[in-house]
Ligand binder design. Sequence first.
Ligand code: NDP
Length: 314
Amino acid sequence: MSNVIEKFHCLIIGSGPAGYTAAIYAARAGLKPVMYTGLLQGGQLVNTTDVENYPGYPKGILGPEMMEDFKNQAERFGTDIRFGMATKVDFSVSPKKVWIDDEKLVEADAVILATGAEAKWLGLDSEKRLNGSGVSACAVCDGFFYRNQEVAIVGAGDTACEEAIYLAKLCTKVHMIVRREEMRASKIMQQRVLDTKNITVYWNSETDEVLGKNTVEAVRIKNNKTGEKTEIPVTGFFVAIGHKPNSDVFKDFITTDTEGYVTTVAGSAKTNVEGVFACGDLQDKVYRQAVTAAGTGCMAALESERWLSEKGIH
Ligand code: NDP
């Protein structure tokens, strides 16, 4: 590893709505933030199409365009945006050390973690091919496009139940594919699913294939007890089998919950390490929305600014 060292007041790791919002606030507060974007510049939203639920875009906007707007706004106030991955950190020292792409070492007084989370996918080729053309991992983001249509959802946790119920309000019918004969979700959520008339649960069922040429036309499921295959015509296929927060690189220093989500002090972006703040999906397994990520990004920047001035670091 090289010893090239640069030193910043405020380092932001990650470039989704949380990271860019933190950058806008930190830059406007004069912290001269430096952002390392990670591999997927713009985060999960660059893999989506229309975003219709972000305030300020009354006609909707494409995810990648929205993230370009975020980036331009962060740059306008002087954020130094660089392409690179944080591959190792040492948060036991002050200033904190962060290695970029396994080679460059940078140091920062305050660090804002905004590396997000990734949806888990089933791993089918057809799921990948039709991603964004009927296949989605976010019912709240994309459910609206399937109103008055039939959709399928796979998963049996709280997210899948919550999303199935959300979809049931918009769609004529929701086919819920559950791989075991019971659900992992909390009892109350399961009961709500079972009480919703237009949700049909397929127990012991796996997704065999998502069918359709250019857009989703059906899903073929396989009963893993009988081997029987069934084709269900649907226009939307939602995958809700969990997310993986991108926290591995911080885990030796930063407290996470059992699923790897960074633990923040309630109502704040503070982590267990002084001067390290976390925002966005990295620390949020409940809402996972661009607007909530942006909100916590703002919190992280304001708290960084406060912390730096309390420490007399200017
Ligand atoms: P979970 O890990 O809880 O559940 C994932 C579900 O997906 C499980 O039912 C699992 O099945 C299923 N699954 C995993 N892989 C596959 C696969 N390859 N094929 C089919 N099914 C698969 O994830 P969630 O996102 O639901 O929840 C994450 C956490 O967030 C939980 O702690 C949850 O309670 C919490 N949460 C809380 C909410 C709230 O409080 N309002 C809302 C949403 C989430 P199996 O059970 O067989 O392993």
